[in-house]
Ligand binder design. Sequence first.
Ligand code: GLY
Length: 452
Amino acid sequence: MKVLVYGSGGRDHCLADTYGDSQHVEKVYLTPGNPGVTYTPKGKRGLIEVIRMATFEEVAAFCLENSVDLVDVGSENPLEEGLIDLLNEKGIRTIGPRQEFVRLESDRAFTDDLLQGIGVPKPEYQVFEDPDRARDYVRNIGYQVVVKANGLAAGKGAVVCDDVEDAVTAIENIMVKKVFGDSGDRVVIEERKYGTEISFFVYLDGEHVMPLRMFAQDYKTAFDPEDRETIERFGGNLNTGGTGCYCPHKLVTPWLVNRIIKEIVNPTVNTIYNDLGWQYRGVLYFGLNLDPYDNLDVFELNVRHGDPEWEVIARKLSTDLFEIGMAVCDGTLDQVKQVWNEQHYVDVIAMEGRSKASRGWNKGYPGRYGKGHRIVGLDDLERGVAVYFAGVDDVSEKGLVTYGGRVLHVIAGDPTLEGAREKAYRNIEKIAFIDHNNDDNNCMRFRKTIGL
Ligand code: GLY
């Protein structure tokens, strides 16, 4: 069988890699792809091939010419731009929701109203299109809030506020300065919750639901909370939507999984299938919170796997991903058996840190960061340690170089969480980003507390 994964980030590389592990799959195409993949064992032996394609029409034509059996679309933007609809019109089998259904992620106000209407627990919220009214609201509400861009923002659109001043600044940035573009035309202002975040994924086949009985925890802020000096220098600990992850989440128990399915997943899926009448086929990702009083709340729905949550969940999943994919297309998810291995996994993301610019210094991600730093040490990693690439490029005179703020994921597994942590950190330390403007010092940075 041949699979095409559409995407270019760490999650998409991981999807391609996981399909490559399937007993049914002889070839995985990754487009627009990521040059890092050609440096991995599956890339070197051609099991995963990166193909550059400029348009969705080209993707469809390629799938038909090469008899691609299944296309998995990893991220929300191509889904919102209608890639699934186009491929389905040509008779190509896909995983991912149709354009219309992406609204569950791209219109928070719509989803919040939907969930509230059916009694799914979620924080108090209000929607604003006028920045003045939004400011008045946060000045009067009294409790802490989260200000969220209503539309897509690459997982970065939620600003967690400590006080009124933070909230007013967030409103200014999102609604007036438009840091997330048109996604900030409306904001959802939500009560801030405390507790533990849970990323919970389910697959839908248009008729059935298969909730994964396993979940992960994302680390969304750029810095370790203990790193107060850096946070101060950056003017706050920004939500960058994923700097590391671990699985199983410390809260995974059969009873909590059952509770999430009963209180949250089932009513939501029922309303998608029956009230909206949507034949949703693909992944639905519930961003959840469990507070100290044992209340569950839904923070958000996403129409794709979480990044980096997928990278650790995929390592732990022993069920053949191609079989899940075919069941999503065929409406047979009720027949899929979930099998999970016994390992713990930790994903630490290597980011661009402080580096020398031609004039002055780059602050490093999530501020201004440098590019083109040679990535070394990948050949020294221990066996079984996975690397998934995100912001990288391949240039003829240097080889693999950095090209984004979040550059690559190092994922290690072990029978204990502590062992997985040690292994992930031991191996990420072997990698360096060479700052050629600064005596070849290492300008890689990563969070130290993933999995703690
Ligand atoms: N891990 C956050 C996201 O994928 O949006």
